[in-house]
Design a protein around this ligand. Structure first.
Ligand SMILES: Nc1ncnc2c1ncn2[C@@H]1O[C@H](COP(=O)(O)OP(=O)(O)OP(=O)(O)O)[C@@H](O)[C@H]1O
Ligand SMILES: [Mg+2]
Length: 138
């Protein structure tokens, strides 16, 4: 078992995507199938971006198992009021600034759901959010 950890800073769109590109590199080294790498990178990128766009700070912990990858993203921030609604395609509370940068389509969480084998979300309004998901290798 191998583990990687990344800190994510809210509002820092220049750093956004760094964690997912390092994960991609690691998966290539491990010889994981391209289609599986794509699913993992979509999910980790969207999770990372959600911390940047909607939270103050966060941490991503990645655990590489022989037949799957497990990712936990914990953040401090505003939290999610209604998780069911947040999961709906097109739902977004992204600020005008975030939308002007091309984000805020409300597709991140639905894409994470689509590309993962198990997804759990816990959130407390005013405190933060924890997203955990697993992707099995083919
Ligand atoms: N880590 C988070 N902290 C607080 N709110 C979140 C977090 N992640 C998601 N949300 C809430 O859930 C909504 C939907 O998230 P989702 O990723 O699907 O869309 P988006 O981030 O608004 O847009 P996109 O991902 O398409 O750029 C967000 O607009 C926000 O209200
Ligand atoms: Mg998003």
């Amino acid at each position: 078992m191998q583990e990687l950890q990344f800190n994510i800073t809210g509002g820092d769109f220049n750093q956004a995507g760094k964690a997912s590109s390092k994960i991609k590199k690691k998966l290539k080294q491990l010889g994981i199938e391209t289609a599986t790498i794509k699913r993992i990178v979509v999910a980790t990128y969207e999770a990372e971006l959600n911390v940047v766009a909607h939270a103050s700070s966060g941490k991503m912990i990645v655990v590489f198992e022989p037949d799957n990858i497990q990712i936990t993203v914990t953040d401090c921030g505003q939290g999610i009021e209604n998780i069911e609604q947040a999961m709906e395609a097109g739902f977004s509370t992204a600020s005008k600034k975030v939308r002007e940068m091309g984000f805020g389509a409300g597709m991140g969480l639905p894409n994470i759901k689509k590309n993962t084998d198990k997804l759990e979300i816990e959130s407390k309004v005013g405190e933060g959010t924890t997203l955990s998901f697993r992707i099995n290798y083919e």
